[in-house]
Design a protein around this ligand. Structure first.
Ligand SMILES: NC(=O)c1ccc[n+]([C@@H]2O[C@H](COP(=O)([O-])OP(=O)(O)OC[C@H]3O[C@@H](n4cnc5c(N)ncnc54)[C@H](OP(=O)(O)O)[C@@H]3O)[C@@H](O)[C@H]2O)c1
Length: 325
């Protein structure tokens, strides 16, 4: 194994133009980490927020005030364990794994905390496993834990054709609820193919004006006001705000109890957590065919900046993958 590797770096905050394919030192795992030979990753809105250091508060919280703390981005990963630290019992060299490691997967090798990984089922490809991380975990937790979706409920997924949305529609369906997906005209067929019972083309119909009330709204597009969204909520219901909308996050977070004071309505705002257990659940659902990864495009490592540019348009259909040799 060479001491160097190819990686896509970002040494300053900016757009995809600041990213470079470089030869850098291969990371070395400590005694509690593993080294993964990366086969696939994917791009998420998370990556471009960290690339741009925007919104500014993420620089204070995580990413570095004046320049990025992480030289290499890329949270989602699938690959083969190439080395294990002395204390690692969970994996061995040669194991095929996938997960969400927070950063540094836009590279030929990445170090990871084993608790952020799960074994990749043999039934699924590296590409299918490499795109599931952030989006799949978020969809699973938003539907099952934050929305507490139950069989027979009416659930709306706003932003059904994107990375999180394509998994969320399928997970709602797997839980036995009735799912309505909201997307633009070109994506109606895709959302139907994922099992949605109803699809609302937002170019033609406004889900907040059609008189239907939902038990749970999983909101990835996050593009509607609080008062509009409340119109689409059943008397006892939850609005799970997953997508980024600073105004609604602040208003809901600070004044949610008062704004949603009608009996039974709730506003839920959370950030996904990475756990091996939830990755295993997603792996099993993918392996059994209960859910599938929708891959819009796959780019080679050197074209990671193009992949980021594409996802920033907010027009991706499902996931945008990075394939690494
Ligand atoms: N809270 C958390 O832990 C967490 C975790 C992951 C992601 N997120 C956030 O969740 C959001 C979604 O993430 P993602 O990975 O799914 O993003 P994405 O893949 O970039 O989503 C793109 C999708 O957004 C849809 N969209 C754009 N405008 C829309 C509109 N007006 N109405 C309905 N859909 C619209 C597009 O569908 P059309 O082309 O059909 O319009 C496209 O398919 C982002 O804001 C991300 O930051 C939060």
């Amino acid at each position: 194994m060479s001491d160097t590797m190819q990686a896509v770096t970002s040494r300053a905050y900016g757009g995809p133009e600041v990213m470079r394919l470089e030869q850098v030192d291969r990371p070395v795992p400590d005694e509690n980490q593993v080294l993964i030979k990366v086969a696939a990753s994917s791009v998420n809105p998370y990556d471009w927020h960290f690339l741009r250091g925007s919104p500014f508060f993420i620089r204070l919280a995580a990413s570095g005030l004046f320049k990025p703390k992480n030289l290499v981005l890329g949270a989602d990963v699938a690959g083969v364990i190439a080395q294990v630290g002395a204390n690692v019992k969970k994996f061995k060299v040669g194991d095929q794994v996938f997960g969400d490691i927070g950063a540094a997967a836009f590279a030929q090798y990445a170090v990871a905390n084993p608790e952020k990984l799960a074994l990749k089922p043999k039934e699924i490809s590296f590409l299918d496993a490499g795109v599931v991380g952030i989006a799949g975990l978020t969809a699973l937790q938003a539907v099952r834990d934050w929305g507490e979706v139950k069989a027979g409920q009416k659930v709306l997924v706003n932003g059904a054709s994107g990375g999180v949305g394509t998994y969320a529609v399928q997970i709602v369906k797997a839980l036995g609820a009735e799912v309505t997906g909201v997307c633009s005209t070109p994506n109606v067929a895709l959302v139907k193919s994922l099992g949605a019972d109803h699809v609302i083309d937002y170019k033609k119909e406004d889900f907040t004006q059609n008189g239907v009330a939902y038990d749970v709204i999983i909101d990835l597009a996050a593009n509607r006001s609080i008062s509009d969204t409340k119109r689409a909520m059943a008397p006892v219901s939850k609005w799970v705000l997953v997508g980024f909308n600073l105004k609604n996050m602040l208003m809901g977070g600070l004044f949610g109890r008062w704004l949603f004071s009608e009996m039974g309505k709730a506003f839920v705002l959370k950030v996904a957590e990475v756990t091996s257990e939830d990755l295993e659940t997603l792996g099993a659902m993918l392996a059994s065919g209960e859910i599938r990864s929708v891959i819009d495009r796959a780019y080679p490592l050197k074209d990671t900046p193009i992949a980021i540019e594409y996802i920033e348009t907010m027009r991706a259909k499902g996931k945008v993958a990075i394939e690494i040799e």
